[in-house]
Structures are given as C-alpha cells and as structure tokens.
Design a protein around this ligand. Structure first.
Ligand code: NAD
Length: 433
C-alpha cells in the first residue's frame, strides 16, 4: 500500500519506517525543513535504539522517503496518518491546533479516495472534527476517517511496533476497516475493530490505567516506609496474580514523559466536559507530582535540612532510560530545587544532556559519570539507565566524599549496599544506614 504519515516525530517516524519495512511505500511529511533534510541523508533527529539502521535500510530499498510537501505524500496515498503532537494546554486539555491544521491542509489537496487516520492521541470527538474540516475545505466526502491510536514506548519503539500486542482500529465504514486491517496483517497482531470514539477512548483509558498502577504502587511504597515493609517484595507478591500482573509495579519517583502526564490530565478534562469528575485519575496526577519530591526529603534528612554547599551528583535527567526525551522529566523540577536550596549539582545523563540544557536553565551537565560523582557529598539517581546499574560500587565509594546514595529508581539491593558500607535510601524499602 501507499502510506503517507504527516508529522515525523517519535510516533510518525517510527510508524512510518515500520510500515515501510513490512513492504509499504511510505512518505513521511513534516513542516520542519531541517528535520526532513537530515532524514533524507539518513540522519535521525531523535535517540531511539535501532531506528537509524531501519531508516537507512528502507531509504536504500526505496520504500521510505521524506518531504515537507504534503501534496507529494498525498499523491498516491491509500492511507494518510496524522501523527502530529497534541501537547497539553494550560488547563490540561489536549491542544488540537496541529491536528486541525493538518486536516485543513489535507482538505486543500484531497482529490481521490483515501482513509485519513488519526494516530495522534486525541480527545473523543476529534475524528468527527477532522472529518468536518476535511469535508468543508475539500468540498466533498470522498474519504473515510479512522482512529488508530499508538501504544509504542520510547526506548523500545521499533520493537513495540513490530511486535504490537494489538492494533486498535476505529472506523465509520466497512471499507476503511478492511483497508486498515489489511495494512496491519503483517504485524500478526490482535485487531480491535471498533467505532472511532471508542478507539479514541481506548488510548486515554490505557494510559490512565498504567499511570494509576504507577501512582498506586508509589503510595504503597510510601506506606511501606512508614510501617517497615519492602515494596519490591509487595509488588512481587502482587504481580504473580494474573489479574494484577507484574508490569508497572516498580515504585520510584513517578512517571514523566510526553504521554502519561498529558494524557491523564486530558482524560480528566474530557470527563469534566462531559459532566463527570474522574476522581481516581485526578488523584493519580497529584500523587505522581508529589512523589518526585521524596528525593529532596530523603536528601534533606541526611544533611539536617541543609543542602547549601553540598556537592550532589545527579545521575539521569531523561524521564526514563534509553531516550533523550526530557518532556515532564522529574529532573526538571528537582535539579532547580536542589540548586535553590544551595546544592552544587553535577548531573550526568548518557544521552539527554543536550535536551536537558534547553529546559533546565543553569544546569551543570558533565560529560561522564566519573565527573559527576567525583568528590560528591551524595549521589542521587533519577533515571534507571542500565549503565548506572553496572557502576563499580566499590570504586564509587572511593571516589565520593561520603558514601550516600539516594536512589529514586530502586536500582540496587539494600542488603548489598549495607555490606558495601553505604548510606542507601530508596523508595519504599528499608533504609540502610
Ligand atoms: P513529536 O512532537 O515528536 O512530533 C510531532 C511532529 O509533527 C513534529 O516533528 C512537528 O514538526 C510535526 N508537525 C507539526 N505540525 C505539522 C504539520 N502541520 N504538518 C506536518 N508536520 C507537522 O510528537 P510525538 O511524540 O511523535 O507524538 C505525536 C502524537 O502521538 C501525540 O499525540 C502523542 O500523544 C502521541 N503518542 C506519542 C507517543 C510517544 O511515546 N512519543 C506514544 C504514543 C502516542
């Protein structure tokens, strides 16, 4: 099939390259000239494992191309995906200006039947809105709209797409359902065929549920600390129950990123507009926002509430490992707060430093782990990058001023840290002193 993907960000680029890799001819469109020029040369604008090789392979095999010209993508397309951003507005609602702008441009150039699919995460009713815009601008209805929300995770986006657990396809016509089912056949996955509104809701419900699991286990962790239980064992004991499952029960300093924070607040807004107060999700957001500050409490507990002049090594800036995405990363709140409290922060992240500098003014990001931890009064872990797990803890103890680790991601075993002679404070587990 011929596929056009409008919006070549994380989702558009990964989806585009995967659709091309399974044999379709794909044109990825973006307004960003620099991004498209780089992609044409095989230079990838984001950090995502495996993406670069797959893009080059499909460019070389003539199945994947890039352009800033929408008409080039629309020309022979059977299916057009809208994969532009839907960032949060001030009030938490999803900002649909980019989706609506793309719908308008599609309407201006639509001259033959196509299935127009919203892949961006959009509030219920957006598909209908896209349909109205395209119909009014093009002056005809020779098209179908559909919803096909995306579930990939940054850091394992290629794997997640190639091995998707389900494809949610929301349609208004049998024909669009057949086209999109056919397109997804090579993924050999579960197809959930539904109406457009239900598909739009599935995405928000899924993300809000995962966020709920995280905030739930974080609250359990907070109680564990008060009553002397170990949250990792609690999660293990819970997770063997198939009704609960093991995933998303890792206690820590909470979620960040481009999806959970904005999708939970958008769902609260969607419900509110429909006259419903979505209490659970509102509380999930509040718990998550508070959780990150546990790091500061724990650090202040060690230094008698006085961080001034303390050299603090911050390990990890990205909201999770294997990505350079800084959107809503806990470090954005925590690094400036540490600095405000007088700490001298030396931060290290394997790939996110450049993006972090753009959103954390005054950030002192150093180029390697050693520089960050050298003579530190305490080490704070914000992101569970595998290379932090592999640190030589014996050597680290020699390098730092005081053997203090505040671990926001529960990367090490408290018992091991005790044997090594560390003061080790993690989330929801016994303090090692
Ligand atoms: P992104 O910001 O990385 O990419 C969006 C791209 O769209 C940018 O390159 C931008 O230049 C381009 N764009 C904006 N307006 C355009 C226009 N009129 N024409 C052409 N291109 C235009 O965003 P993303 O992270 O890929 O997210 C896209 C959507 O997918 C969002 O709705 C998001 O919620 C959803 N989503 C994201 C993820 C994720 O992990 N990033 C996962 C699932 C779903």
């Amino acid at each position: 099939m011929n596929v056009c993907v409008v919006g070549t960000g994380y989702v558009g680029l990964v989806s585009g390259v995967c659709f091309s890799d399974i044999g379709n001819k794909v044109t990825c469109i973006d307004l960003d000239q620099e991004k498209i020029d780089k992609l044409k040369q095989g230079i990838i604008p984001i950090y995502e494992p495996g993406l670069s090789d797959l893009v080059l392979k499909n460019i070389n095999e003539n199945r994947l191309s890039f352009s800033t010209d929408l008409t080039e993508g629309l020309k022979d397309a059977d299916v057009v995906f809208i994969a532009v951003g839907t960032p949060p507005k001030e009030n938490g609602e999803a900002d649909l200006q980019y989706v609506e702008a793309v719908a308008k441009s599609i309407g201006e150039h639509l001259d033959s039947y196509k299935v127009i699919v919203t892949k961006s995460t959009v509030p219920v009713g957006t598909g209908k809105r896209v349909k109205e815009i395209i119909a009014s601008v093009s002056g005809h209805t020779n098209f179908d709209i559909a919803s096909n929300p995306e579930f990939l995770r940054e850091g394992s986006a290629i794997y997640d797409t190639m091995n998707m657990e389900r494809a949610v396809i929301g349609v208004e016509s049998e024909k669009a359902g057949e086209v999109l089912t056919e397109l997804h056949k090579p993924f050999n996955t579960n197809i959930v065929l539904t109406d457009v509104e239900t598909a739009e809701m599935i995405k928000y419900a899924s993300n809000a549920f995962l966020a709920t699991k995280i905030s739930f286990i974080n609250e359990v962790a907070n109680v564990c600390e008060l009553v002397g239980a170990d949250v990792t064992k609690v999660a293990e004991g819970m997770g063997f129950d198939n009704r609960i499952g093991k995933a998303f029960l890792q206690a820590g300093i909470g979620y960040g990123g481009s999806c959970f924070p904005k999708d939970t607040s958008a769902l609260v807004q969607i419900a509110g507009k429909a006259g419903y107060d979505f209490k659970i999700v509102r509380n999930v957001e509040e718990v998550n926002q508070n959780q990150r500050f546990k790091i500061i409490d724990k650090l202040e507990a060690v230094f008698n509430n006085d961080l001034s002049g303390r050299k603090i090594a911050v390990l990890g800036l990205a909201f999770k490992p294997n990505t350079d995405d800084m959107r809503d990363a806990p470090s954005i709140d925590l690094v400036p707060l540490l600095q405000e409290k007088g700490a001298d922060v030396f931060a290290f992240d394997p790939v996110a430093a450049e993006n972090a500098r753009k959103v954390i003014p005054g950030l002192n990001a150093v180029e390697n782990l050693q520089k960050a931890v050298n003579n530190a009064d305490a080490v704070v872990i914000l992101t569970d990058w595998p290379e932090f797990k592999e640190m030589d803890l014996v050597q680290l103890k020699e390098t730092i001023n005081q053997p203090i680790i505040i671990d926001g991601r529960n990367m090490f075993e408290p018992e091991t840290m005790k044997e090594l002679g560390y003061y080790y404070s993690s989330i929801g587990r016994p303090l090692v002193d």
